[in-house]
Design a protein. Structure first.
Length: 176
């Protein structure tokens, strides 16, 4: 009973944060701004790539497979920082559209090597201009210095917090 009365007396002395201040704090939080930025980025990408029918995740998978044909599903997932369920879902969609092929890997018949099909190569090439337009549209509010700074800060943030990620990210080196 004593602890309840003490709690009640404490709640009377603590002044609540006005709702407007709480919202200002929410809207200034990095997590909120990153989530909102991601929504905007995905929307711009999908708008620009509507005619080629690609999502950011599909474009990422196709880009990695273009650079590293024959990857297995786990290596592909790590190369994008995707969890296994996400990469599987994206691969199924691309395979249904005939944009990728999966064949038994040379090193292990139990593993599948994934590559872009000829149609996938053509679509990836066709997507380059809309993807570039999406990039410039997303970065339009920033000047050149701010663009470099934003990318640098995001790289610092993700590198510094990589151990907290839900999915492992192991970037692949480009062969070209």
């Amino acid at each position: 009973m004593k602890s309840l009365s003490r709690l009640l007396s404490l709640t009377k002395t603590v002044s609540p944060v006005p709702a407007i201040d709480q919202l200002s704090q929410l809207y200034a939080r990095p997590g909120f701004l990153l989530r909102r930025s991601h929504q905007i980025s995905a929307g711009i990408f999908e708008d620009e790539c509507r005619n080629v029918g690609l999502t950011p995740a599909q474009f990422g998978v196709m880009s990695v497979l273009h650079a590293k044909p024959g990857l297995d599903q786990s290596s592909l997932a790590r190369g994008l920082g995707f969890d296994k369920v996400t990469v599987l879902r994206v691969l199924r969609g691309l395979e249904t559209r005939g944009l990728i092929v999966r064949i038994p890997a040379a090193i292990s018949r139990r593993s599948l090597a994934i590559s872009l099909s000829d149609a996938g190569q053509v679509l990836l090439l066709k997507a380059q201009d809309p993807v570039e337009r999406a990039y410039w549209r997303l970065m339009a509010p920033l000047n050149d210095e701010q663009r470099v700074q934003l990318v640098g800060l995001l790289q610092t943030l993700t590198a510094g917090l990589e151990s907290d990620a839900r999915a492992v990210f192991v970037p692949h080196e480009s062969d070209s």
